[in-house]
Design a protein around this ligand. Structure first.
Ligand SMILES: Cc1ncc(COP(=O)(O)O)c(C=O)c1O
Length: 431
């Protein structure tokens, strides 16, 4: 067993001052064995914990670090800008530099507003959808996460088009009575909901690459169907691209599938490892945002120069020709290697991927498109798998429902080593 004395001591201290010892619940390792590993340092694709143990990292801070840790061009840009002050509460040139870089390279965006997290982005864009359309209801999908926005923290009921009940304490029923939760990949459910509530539906929000509850890859035809039904019914189509944006392509899933949403939300990669979110749309829709329009939204640290600089430096790299092709090729080779092993052994296992996002499903279904298609018993095998990874220097998110990310910093050597460890971990999980 590798030593985790320092991590354990840090965790004991953290628990005295922070709920669960953490600032975001999944970090507490409640779905796996053991206690959280406290990290000390990152460089490229590797991280080191407080006890000096080294890991190849596929969590990548849950997605933002598409270039890996402490990437020199990001660090240089940030430290240069930071030397002149960290925030002014007044505009600086970096906001429009980053905005221009994004808008000029995204066929479906005309204007964007920077905020400080993915949650803020979806929350503000939902307000905009309502303010723009004058309608109240929102359709969301079971298994899609859009941050901890009160009205979106809703679990589906069993029937179609049920009005939701909250998945968190502290959210009044009245806050979520305008939220309709539907199963993914179910065109009939959309038709029924539109028929029943259509006059009052402001938007349909979806993760076009649902990646918060496993990787529930949707058929392109389903996303196209959503586009058409929204256009026919005066409903805004809202793609939450907090994970998929700048990840599956520079234009995210919208560009990948060639489908134009009316509203977009971003987070993670856009901030180069700093707290940044954004929402965007056409000029016509964005003209409704304050101060140009009546939909209020603001932020003390929004668009601060340091975070903008990190985003600029990171996205500059992402725009280089072949960047996404190289990431996809590396990820696909990793997935093929692991899948070939489990196929040869006959394990009920499938490794899904899109671009540089991957997910391991502990079942042999080669299509998992809805939340309820995930085997709820996968968690037990995942625990064994996860323990073996940690013991052998590979770090992934501590839950069977979390996806992994490959970064530009992962070398072929990293991926070969990781594949070997993953294969051995699967042998243990299926022993
Ligand atoms: C698709 C999606 N939307 C929104 C969010 C919320 O973003 P944040 O955690 O930055 O608030 C997340 C976070 O994982 C996400 O994956």
């Amino acid at each position: 067993m590798i030593e985790r004395k320092q991590s354990n001591a840090l965790y004991e201290k953290a628990k005295q001052y922070l709920p669960g010892g953490v600032n975001s619940p999944v970090r507490a390792f409640r779905s796996v064995n053991g206690s959280p590993i406290f990290m000390e340092k990152g460089a490229g694709s590797h991280i080191w914990d407080a006890d000096g143990n080294e890991y190849i990292d596929f969590c990548c801070s849950w997605g933002p670090l598409i270039l890996g840790h402490a990437e020199p061009s990001v660090l240089n840009k940030v430290s240069g800008v930071m030397a002149n002050g960290t925030s002014f509460g007044a505009p600086s040139k970096y906001e429009s530099q980053l905005a221009q870089m994004i808008v000029d390279n995204h066929r479906y965006l005309e204007k964007i507003r920077f905020v400080n997290s993915g949650t803020e982005a979806t929350m503000s864009a939902i307000r905009l959808a309502r303010g723009y359309t004058g309608k109240n209801k929102v359709i969301k999908f079971e298994g899609c996460y859009h941050g901890h926005v009160d009205s979106l923290m809703v679990k589906a009921g069993s029937g179609l088009a049920t009005l939701g009940t909250s998945t968190s304490a502290g959210i009044p029923e009245s806050y979520i009575k305008e939220t309709i939760v539907l199963p993914l990949n179910d065109m009939g459910a959309i038709d029924q909901a539109i028929e029943k509530y259509g006059d009052d539906i402001a938007c349909i929000i979806i993760e076009p690459v649902p990646a918060n509850n496993g990787l529930l890859l949707q058929d392109k035809a389903f996303l196209q169907f959503l586009r058409k039904r929204c256009s026919d019914s005066g409903i805004l189509l809202f793609f939450d691209e907090v994970i998929s944006g700048f990840r599956v392509s520079f234009e995210g899933a919208s560009g990948y599938y060639g489908i134009k949403p009316d509203l977009l939300a971003f987070g993670k990669i856009i901030g180069g490892g700093f707290p940044v979110g954004a929402y965007g749309a056409s000029v016509e829709i964005m003209d409704h945002v304050a101060p140009d329009g009546p939909v209020y939204q603001a932020g003390t640290l929004s668009g601060n120069p340091v975070a903008m600089a990190a985003g600029i430096a990171q996205l500059e790299q992402c725009l280089k020709p072949g960047f996404y092709e190289a990431l996809e090729a590396k990820t696909s080779a990793l997935v093929k290697q692991v899948q070939a092993h489990t196929d040869a052994k006959g394990y009920p296992f499938h490794m899904f991927h899109i671009g540089s996002i991957f997910w391991m499903s502990f079942s042999n279904k080669n299509r998992v498109q809805t939340a309820d298609a995930i085997d709820p018993n996968s968690g037990e095998r995942f625990k064994v798998f996860f323990d073996h990874l940690l013991e052998n220097g590979v770090y992934v998110g501590p839950s069977s429902y979390e996806v992994g990310f490959v970064s530009a910093a992962h070398t072929q050597d990293d991926l070969n080593k990781a594949a070997k460890v993953m294969m051995a971990a699967l042998d243990r999980a299926y022993a």
